[in-house]
Design a protein around this ligand. Structure first.
Ligand code: ATP
Ligand code: MG
Length: 577
C-alpha cells in the first residue's frame, strides 16, 4: 500500500467525548469514525486490524471444528416469541416493522436463529455434535453506549452455538471452545482470563467470561490471590469476615423511636450512635410484577443478579414509592420486617441470621424500631445468599482474603442447557430411536471490544502499540525525502521485494515532513518502521525501528529484505498459541 494513494486520517487532538485511552486513540489514529452515539464505522486502517482479528478468530474456530454459516441478521419476531424472549429482551432489542406490518428483530444475539438452523437441518444423533458459528453484526440499543466501540449499539460478534446429545458431549464442546478462546486471545496479544460468571435462572450450568484486567473495565471481578479463585461479582460467593454480631446481649424490649428525616444508613448510624452492622435493611422489589421484601445487614449490599436468579424472575426492579407505601404503610425509608402492612414474600440474606437487638424501619413514616430480634419479633421462611461479595471478605474455598479488580469482558462461554431446544421444540432421534432434545452451549467474542481492549493494555504517550499479529501493517517504509530519487529508488525496491514475499508492508510516501509521518506511524502503532535515509546512499544502510521499545537495527541494504523478514518472523513467535 502506498500511503500517498491511501486514506490516512489522523488527528492531533483527543476527541472531546472520549473518556478512555482506547476510544481516543481509535479516533485519533483514524481506525474508526463516529457516526452517532454508539455507532462507529471503520476506516481503512481500522478495517485492516478488524480483518486480522476476524481471521485469527476464524482460524481458531475452524481448528476447533466449528463450522461457519451466514444466517440472516433480520429475524422474524415469531422466532423470539417461540423461545419466550420477545418480551423479556426489552428495549435493548431493536424491532422493525416491515411494509406488511410484520415485526422483525435486528439480532442482538442469535440463539433462536441457530436453533432454527438445527431444527431445519438436523434429525439424527449421527449429525451431532455440531458447533456452528458466524462472525457478524449485532444490534443492541444499549442504555448507555460508551467508551467508543467497547459498548456500542452496532458491533461485530463471533458467536458460536454447540449442539450435543448429552451433557458429556456438551462438556467436550464447551472445553473445545474454551481452548480456542485461550488461543485466540493469546494470538491477538491479550491477557484474558476465564472468570466464573452468572449462569442465569434459565437452566444454564456453567459460564465463564474472558476478562482483561483494566481500570476502565465495566465488570467487577472478585479474586482470591491465595487460591486463584476468580469470579464476576454478579455471582461471586464469599464468607463474611464478621458474621458473628451475636454479642452476649440479652434481648431488649421492642421500642419505637422517632427518626424524622433520617434516611441513609450513614445518617442512622450517627443518629443511633452505633455500627451499620446493627441494622437490618428492608428493601422492596418488584419481581415479575409482585412485591418482595428483601432483608440484609445494614453495611452490606444486595446482589440483584443473585436475587433475580434465586427468585427465578424474568424482571426485577426496585418498587416504586407508591408500591412501597402500599406494602409498608410508610413513606420510603422506613420499611422493616416487623408489621408489614401487606403480607408479601420475605427473603432474608444469611447476614441477618445472627443480629441481636437490631434496628429496623417501623413501617411507619419517620419511625424506626430498636431491639428487633429474629424469631422473636419476626420470622423469615426463606434464607438465601443474595449479598454482593466484596474485597476483604473471606474466600469460601481457602480462607484467603478476597480482592476486587475491574475487567473488560471480551468473551463469554456458556453451557446453556435445554432452554432453546425445548422451547423451540428441536428434537433428534437417539441411538434407540427416541426423540430427544439436543443440549446447547453458546460462545461469544466481541471483535470490536477485543480491539479496544488490546489498545487499552498496549499504548504509550505516542499512541497505539500493536502486537504484530493484528497491526494494520507489519512494517512501513519511510523514505526520509520523498523527492529524492535515490532514496525513493531504494525504498521502492525494498517495498516491492517485501510485497513479493508476502510481507504486510506499506510505504509512507506522502508529501509530508518526516516528523509528521513518523508521528502518524507511532500513533497508528506500526510495529516496525523501515527508515531509508542518507545513510542508505552514503553507507548502504537502512534502519529498522521497533515501535514498542524504540530499539533500532542498522542493516545493509542488500540484506534488508531477508533481515526484516526474519525480525518479523521472530516477533510472531511471541504470540504463538
Ligand atoms: P456486557 O455485560 O458487557 O453488556 P453481555 O453479557 O451483554 O456484555 P454477551 O451477550 O455475552 O455480552 O456478548 C458476548 C460478547 O459481545 C461480550 O463478551 C462482548 O465482548 C461483546 N459485546 C456485548 N455487548 C457489546 C456492546 N454493546 N458493544 C460491543 N461489544 C459488546
Ligand atoms: Mg450487555
Amino acid at each position: 500500500m502506498r500511503f500517498s494513494k491511501y486514506l490516512i486520517f489522523t488527528l492531533r487532538e483527543d476527541p472531546k467525548d472520549a473518556e478512555v485511552i482506547s476510544h481516543k486513540l481509535m479516533i485519533r489514529a483514524g481506525l474508526v469514525y463516529k457516526e452517532e452515539s454508539g455507532l462507529y464505522g471503520y476506516l481503512p486502517i481500522g478495517f485492516r486490524v478488524y480483518n486480522k482479528v476476524v481471521n485469527i478468530i476464524r482460524e481458531e474456530m475452524n481448528r476447533a471444528g466449528a463450522i461457519e454459516v451466514l444466517p440472516t441478521i433480520l429475524t422474524p419476531a415469531s422466532l423470539w416469541i417461540e423461545s419466550g424472549r420477545y418480551d423479556i429482551m426489552g428495549k435493548e432489542m431493536i424491532r422493525i416493522k416491515d411494509r406488511k406490518d410484520n415485526w422483525l428483530v435486528l439480532g442482538p444475539t442469535h440463539e433462536e436463529a441457530f436453533t432454527d438452523i438445527v431444527r431445519r437441518t438436523v434429525s439424527s444423533y449421527k449429525q451431532l455434535p455440531l458447533t456452528l458459528y458466524q462472525i457478524a453484526k449485532k444490534f443492541r440499543d444499549e442504555i448507555r453506549p460508551r467508551f467508543g466501540v467497547m459498548r456500542c449499539r452496532e458491533f461485530t460478534m463471533k458467536d458460536a452455538y454447540s449442539f450435543d446429545i448429552d451433557e458429556k458431549g456438551l462438556d467436550e464442546s464447551y472445553n473445545k471452545m474454551r481452548e480456542a478462546y485461550i488461543r485466540i486471545f493469546k494470538r491477538v496479544g491479550l491477557n484474558a482470563l476465564p472468570v466464573e460468571a452468572d449462569v442465569g435462572s434459565m437452566g444454564g450450568t456453567r459460564s465463564e467470561e474472558f476478562m482483561v484486567f483494566s481500570s476502565v473495565g465495566e465488570a467487577t471481578i472478585i479474586h482470591c490471590p491465595t487460591c486463584n479463585y476468580y469470579a464476576n461479582v454478579e455471582r461471586a460467593e464469599s464468607i463474611l469476615k464478621d458474621d458473628d454480631v451475636v454479642e452476649n446481649e440479652t434481648m431488649g424490649e421492642l421500642k419505637e423511636v422517632d427518626t424524622p428525616n433520617v434516611f441513609t444508613i450513614e445518617d442512622l448510624t450517627k443518629f443511633f450512635n452505633t455500627s451499620p452492622k446493627k441494622f437490618i435493611k428492608t428493601i422492596i422489589y418488584m419481581a415479575d410484577g409482585k412485591p418482595v421484601a428483601v432483608l440484609i445487614r445494614g453495611d452490606l449490599d444486595i446482589n440483584e443478579v443473585k436475587l433475580k436468579n434465586y427468585l427465578g424472575a424474568a424482571e426485577l426492579e426496585l418498587a416504586t414509592p407508591e408500591i412501597i407505601e402500599e406494602v409498608t404503610g410508610a413513606k420510603v425509608g422506613f420499611a422493616g420486617p416487623v408489621g408489614l402492612k401487606k403480607e408479601i414474600r420475605v427473603i432474608g440474606d444469611f447476614s441477618i441470621k445472627n443480629i441481636k437487638n437490631a434496628i429496623t424501619g417501623a413501617n411507619k413514616t419517620d419511625k424506626h424500631i430498636i431491639n428487633v430480634n429474629i424469631n422473636r419479633d419476626f420470622e423469615v421462611k426463606e434464607f438465601a445468599d443474595i449479598r454482593t461479595a466484596k474485597a476483604g471478605d473471606i474466600c469460601k474455598n481457602c480462607g484467603g482474603s478476597l480482592e476486587e479488580t475491574k475487567g473488560i469482558e471480551v468473551g463469554h462461554i456458556f453451557k446453556l442447557g435445554y432452554k432453546y431446544t425445548e422451547s423451540m421444540n428441536v428434537t433428534v432421534l437417539d441411538k434407540s430411536g427416541n426423540r430427544i432434545h439436543p443440549i446447547m452451549g453458546c460462545y461469544g467474542i466481541g471483535v470490536d471490544r477485543t480491539i479496544a481492549a488490546v489498545i487499552e493494555t498496549s499504548n504509550d504517550e505516542k499512541g497505539i502499540i500493536w502486537p504484530i499479529t493484528i497491526a494494520p501493517f507489519e512494517c512501513v517504509i519511510v523514505p526520509i525525502a520523498t523527492k529524492d530519487e535515490k532514496i525513493m529508488e531504494i525504498s521502492n525496491k525494498i517495498y516491492e521485494e517485501l510485497l513479493s514475499k508476502n510481507v504486510d508492508v506499506a510505504i509512507d510516501d506522502r508529501d509530508e515532513t518526516v516528523g509528521v509521518r513518523m508521528n502518524d506511524l507511532d500513533l497508528m502503532g506500526i510495529p516496525f518502521k523501515i527508515i531509508v535515509g542518507k545513510k542508505a546512499i552514503n553507507e548502504n544502510k537502512i534502519e529498522v525501528k521497533r515501535r514498542d521499545n524504540g530499539q533500532t537495527y542498522e542493516i545493509p541494504v542488500s540484506e534488508a529484505v531477508d533481515e526484516i523478514i526474519s525480525i518479523i518472523k521472530e516477533e510472531y513467535k511471541k504470540y504463538e498459541a
